[in-house]
Design a protein. Sequence first.
Length: 194
Amino acid sequence: MTLMTKLLRASQSWRLDFALAAGLVGLDVVARLTPHVPNFTPLAASALFAGMMLRSRSLALAVPILAMVLSDLVVGRDEWRTTMVIYAALVLPAALGLWARHFKIPVMAAALVPASSLIFFLSTNFAVWAFSGMYAPTMDGLLRCYVAALPFFQNTLAGDVFWSGVLFGGWWLARSALPAVKARSGQGPYVAAR
């Protein structure tokens, strides 16, 4: 393989990564800005997907941050400390995806989806308790905060499972269909028998 061929392939793969990242950010922004069940968004699922699929680590970590920044320009935010915890809790699935892709076990994503939901629930509601002033700064206040947030956790978990299924399932279907598409077109290594 010549140097020019290697450079061309690298350029194409980076363009695909940027296109995929832009698509994920776009999906996240649209999902946040259109009417939806509270917390039933693709944000954590797309962050996990980006972490597992994108070649660039920094691009994978940027997906949830860009999605939040762009949609927060419209939605807005109140308390900056809680916002920072939310951003960090949404970057964590991307970091977990980066870590998990070293194992090359597809079922790893299935375990990380509920883990991401639980981490988001625990950390963001702790921030609400600590910074919002809505709850007494006691253990009872923290417990009340978590109990009040349980319906949102249910939506978060359902959304993360659904959107992970859509993203990872769609990726699997696209990869499965690719050899058939190449065989029909007569291009690439999968040439149809005549």
